[in-house]
Design a protein around this ligand. Structure first.
Ligand SMILES: [Zn+2]
Length: 79
């Protein structure tokens, strides 16, 4: 079977999707802080860590910078 050009498309889409996601997360991290579900401390999370963190209902599963635990971080608008 001859290699098809379309088989490369997903490989190109992954970095593109990550790049778009990174920009979205960067904009979001500028207007939100994240509240730790474990210790309740609000922290700023880097766009890089947000990009790769699993997410559900807007929350992010990532490591809390304050207590060091992996937990769900809830976005809170900056006030
Ligand atoms: Zn914490």
């Amino acid at each position: 079977m001859a290699p098809s050009g379309s088989s490369f498309l997903p490989l190109l889409l992954i970095p593109a999707a990550l790049g778009v996601n990174y920009l979205v997360q960067r904009g979001r991290s500028a207007s939100h802080v994240y509240e730790c579900g474990s210790c309740g401390v609000r922290s700023e999370l880097s766009a890089a860590s947000l990009t790769f963190a699993p997410h559900s209902m807007g929350r992010k599963y990532t490591r809390c910078p304050a207590c060091g635990r992996f937990t769900w971080m809830t976005p809170v608008p900056r006030g």
